[in-house]
Design a protein around this ligand. Structure first.
Ligand SMILES: Nc1ncnc2c1ncn2[C@@H]1O[C@H](COP(=O)(O)OP(=O)(O)OP(=O)(O)O)[C@@H](O)[C@H]1O
Length: 543
């Protein structure tokens, strides 16, 4: 089976001329010979660009590869821009699977006898068919609420596992074959993909994330999160409120509805920074297929988001350093940026700060030659990460997720409102947040958060103080005892070494004596003495 799949993958890649992407001089003789061996598999799309051929090949190979392409499209640090842009076209136009199968999965997962036990209506024709799941519209019997039912593709787990296995083999071959293999880190990329996709296969994760977002944005005018019906959620099935918004990519429709595009673009940035800095919990799969705009109030537009399979979290130190980094960065204080990287432990503590600062300046100064409104925030972050990587920055998965999300948000914002000044929108937010983290207000907040903990520990303090004082009183005595024990140990070791030397000398004498005289007993005595010394030496050593 695996051989067959391997052949199929090879066939699709060769028929899309992907082998031509690797310069001939990099390929060893056996790879070239193998290519000639498959002479009947010719590039069928010689007229198409590299990027288009990669996209078409991934599309032909199915959901697992489509999702991989979507992920790769955000890795502009690894791919040529043309290929990355082409891959970002990969949306969720995937062949639907048999709706009867979907119904069976729903019945089985939710323990129903028939669909009408839960739904008053169920649309057999899928509403959408994505890489991992298929979505059916329905109406709940109880309350008549419009919902969608998301069903994981059957057998996708096995397909993913075996395809990833093949991807891993191909990645490690590429890493060895390509001269640039180390920098491209294909093995690491596949690993990252595996982690993300495996998480997405369990809809209970998504349901829990969705509910957390709903709580975080309860009553928000900026973002609406549909209700998840946790009672009807399972590993393979999830039921959620159906939303009716305008897809964010449908700019014509948004304009026709007189949507305030400037407000919409700025809101996107605000929502993102709120998720990152206020909640430490951000939606990390912000591709346009997952974002909609409510049709209710076009002048004060509200976002609607779905698909909570991938989320990112940041701890308070990461947030603090990130905010300080952004601020230092836009003040062009590269020294501070370098220092922050060291302080946060993102780069090793022995990093040459002068050298690091100079490298950051070299990549970032050209970016700042542009007017502030034209600077790509995500590009700034990307350049920073790439520079830091050369200084052995340990890859921080949460920061990579953040950078990718920012890339989406920024791209989207600029599409909606090309004059969007991301920094102007984000700066007050970051500065406010920083103010809240330091100063009197922050101190008061920290104290009030920790107060219950401290009050719980307070009664233990007198005992702790008493015990500590008691220990301090007996400390000199203890130290004296320790010192004496160490001295005794040293003495024992010296005696043991001396006895070993004496024992060895006696045995040598015992061995030499028979050469000069006929009596055996003097040499026997020396041997015995020697063995005795060794015996006592070992005993001393072990005591
Ligand atoms: N609550 C909803 N209301 C209306 N339509 C929805 C809803 N949830 C999902 N859809 C439709 O189904 C499509 C696929 O859903 P979703 O993005 O959750 O699936 P997925 O398999 O996780 O996709 P992806 O490949 O983006 O990870 C969406 O693009 C949207 O068109």
């Amino acid at each position: 089976m695996r051989i067959l799949r391997f052949y199929q993958i090879n066939k699709v890649m060769l028929q899309h001329g992907l082998d031509e992407l690797i310069p001939g001089k990099w390929l060893p003789w056996y790879a070239k010979l193998g290519r000639i061996g498959f002479f009947w598999l010719r590039n069928k799309h010689p007229d198409k660009s590299q990027g288009t051929r990669v996209r078409l090949a991934l599309q032909t190979l199915g959901p697992v590869f489509i999702k991989f392409g979507q992920m790769l499209s955000t890795r502009k640090d690894l791919l040529p821009p043309e290929v990355a842009t082409e891959l970002s076209i990969l949306q969720d136009q995937v062949e639907p699977f048999d709706p009867e199968l979907a119904k069976q999965i729903i019945l089985q997962s939710l323990g129903l006898e028939k669909l009408s036990d839960l739904f008053s209506e169920f649309e057999t024709k899928p509403l959408a068919s994505a890489s991992i799941a298929q979505v059916h519209a329905a109406k709940l019997k109880d309350g008549n609420q419009d919902v969608v039912v998301k069903v994981i593709r059957p057998n996708i787990q096995q397909t993913i596992q075996s395809d990833i296995e093949l991807m891993r083999t191909a990645a490690s071959a590429l890493q060895k074959l390509l001269p640039d293999g180390k920098r491209l880190r294909p093995v690491e990329v596949v690993k990252e993909y595996e982690r993300t996709i495996i998480d997405e296969l369990d809809l209970t994760h998504e349901a829990a994330n969705g509910m957390q977002f709903k709580r975080n944005f309860e009553n928000s005018t900026a973002l609406y999160v549909p209700t998840i019906y946790s009672d009807y959620s399972h590993k393979n099935v999830m039921v959620m409120e159906r939303i009716y918004g305008t897809p964010i990519s449908d700019i014509k429709q948004l304009v026709a509805r007189n949507t305030n595009m400037k407000r919409l673009a700025e809101r996107g940035v605000e929502v993102f920074f709120t998720q990152v800095f206020r909640d430490s919990f951000f939606h990390a799969d912000m591709h346009p297929g997952n974002i909609f705009v409510s049709t209710v109030n076009p002048n004060d537009p509200q976002y609607i988001t779905i698909d909570f399979g991938i989320v990112g979290t940041l701890n308070s130190e990461d947030k603090r350093y990130l905010a300080e980094n952004f601020i230092a960065f836009f003040n062009r204080n590269y020294r501070k940026v370098a220092q922050l990287h060291v302080d946060s432990g993102w780069v090793p503590s022995d990093t040459d700060i002068d050298d690091f600062e100079a490298s950051i300046r070299k990549v970032c100064e050209p970016i700042f030659q542009k007017p502030l409104a034209e600077i790509e925030f995500s590009n700034v972050l990307l350049q920073l990460f790439n520079t830091a990587r050369r200084f052995n920055m340990v890859i921080q998965p949460q920061l990579v997720l953040l950078q990718k999300t920012l890339l989406y948000i920024e791209g989207l914002g600029r599409q909606l409102y090309p004059q969007l000044d991301l920094w102007k929108t984000a700066k007050p937010f970051l500065e406010n947040w920083m103010k809240e983290q330091i100063g009197l207000k922050a101190m008061y907040q920290k104290i009030s958060t920790n107060l219950p903990y401290w009050s719980e520990k307070l009664p233990e303090i007198p005992d702790l103080v008493y015990d500590t004082l008691k220990q301090v009183k007996t400390l000199p005595e203890l130290q004296k005892l320790q010192f004496e024990a160490q001295q005794e140990q040293l003495r024992q070791q010296h005696t043991s070494t001396l006895l070993m030397i004496m024992g060895t000398t006696f045995i040598i004498i015992g061995a030499i004596l028979p050469m000069y005289q006929d009596n055996w007993w003097p040499s026997g005595c020396f041997d015995l003495l020697g063995l005795g010394c060794w015996f006592f030496a070992f005993r001393k050593k072990r005591s």
